[in-house]
Ligand binder design. Structure first.
Ligand code: PSU
Ligand code: MN
Length: 304
């Protein structure tokens, strides 16, 4: 028998909103511990919660704390995860059973945040970028569990596309195989996180939060399993130069290979390396696009 309920702690404010059918937006915690340095990670996480509120929804930052699956954590808990940084375990789906049984902490990736959000009944989730098919995956088989989660778990993920640290073409192919709709918000081109353009097309361009919510509702009513990926381009004024950022990413990948970084360390390594190569300017862009996604996610949740 399924007894997932006994592992879940939903914050009272989130539980009340869900019970009343009010909009809730899930937020992840790997972006706090592994995606950005302290203290910008904590400042950003708190600002993102405020943006969700300002746009009419209740934020639910998700993490595993002392083995509990938390939906909605406190300011102090966000600060704790931000300070502990890389010393918190980056928790993907496969890490959940052991962390829960050992009563340990885990920062939830997109995959695990979706999993826990779905248990609580939260339908919309905002983040920066998702994991995907890594460059060279035809040899390494490094394909993020985020894609598999999108294939099976009913949560909409609002992101700024995926970073060119990934193979974007293969990532789109994988999502197609798994039946995951990839929506561009006011664009037909897949955004590439730091830039609005990637050279790849999304499946559909939808222009309003209401249109996106309608597609979601149709998917649920049809009984189609899995999530939906909404890609929201970084605002023009914060987007980075395409050639410059791609050169930085290529350099970061060369260094990663030289250092022999593999597996779950790959993504955090590349995020930190790109930040240092760009002298921190990529971090500013990263923060701005997360804000932009939080706003759109709250607006979509309000239309569901
Ligand atoms: N991409 C980003 N920022 C991030 C991540 C990805 O631009 O913080 C994090 C997310 O938590 C995502 C995870 O779910 O990295 C993917 O890791 P992996 O490639 O190991 O699945
Ligand atoms: Mn991986």
């Amino acid at each position: 028998m399924e007894q997932w309920n006994k592992y879940l702690d939903v914050a009272p404010e989130v539980a009340e909103a869900l019970a009343a059918g009010k909009p809730v937006v899930a937020l992840e915690s790997t972006i706090i511990s592994h995606g950005m340095p302290y203290p910008q990670n904590v400042e950003t996480a708190l600002d993102v919660e405020k943006i969700v509120r300002d746009n009419g929804a209740v934020p639910a930052t998700i993490a595993i704390l002392g083995g509990r699956l938390k939906v909605g954590i406190s300011k102090d808990e966000i600060d704790y995860l931000g300070k502990k940084g890389l010393n918190v375990i980056k928790a993907s789906r496969r890490d959940v059973p052991v962390l829960v049984a050992k009563k340990e902490d885990g920062a939830t990736t997109v995959a695990t945040t979706m999993l826990i959000a779905a248990l609580a009944g939260v339908k919309v989730f905002a983040t920066g970028g998702i994991g995907g098919v890594h460059r060279g995956a035809e040899v390494t088989m490094d394909i993020s569990a985020d894609l598999e989660e999108l294939a099976m778990t009913p949560v909409m993920v609002v992101c700024a596309g995926a970073k060119a640290i990934l193979d974007l073409g293969l990532t789109l192919e994988y999502l197609e195989t798994k039946g995951v709709p990839v929506i561009g918000y006011q664009t037909k081109e897949l955004p590439a996180f730091y830039t609005r353009k990637s050279g790849f097309e999304v499946d559909y361009r939808l222009d309003t939060p209401a249109e996106i919510a309608a597609a979601w509702n149709a998917k649920l009513e049809l009984g189609l399993k899995g999530g939906m990926l909404v890609t929201n381009p970084i605002p023009e004024e914060y987007s980075m130069d395409h050639d410059y950022i791609n050169k930085c990413i290529d350099d970061a990948i060369v260094e990663m290979k030289a250092e022999g970084i593999k597996g779950k360390e790959t993504t955090p390594y590349l995020l930190a390396k790109v930040k240092s190569i760009t002298g921190g300017s990529s971090l500013d862009a990263n923060i701005k696009l997360v804000f932009n996604n939080a706003k759109l996610a709250a607006q979509i949740a309000g239309q569901m």
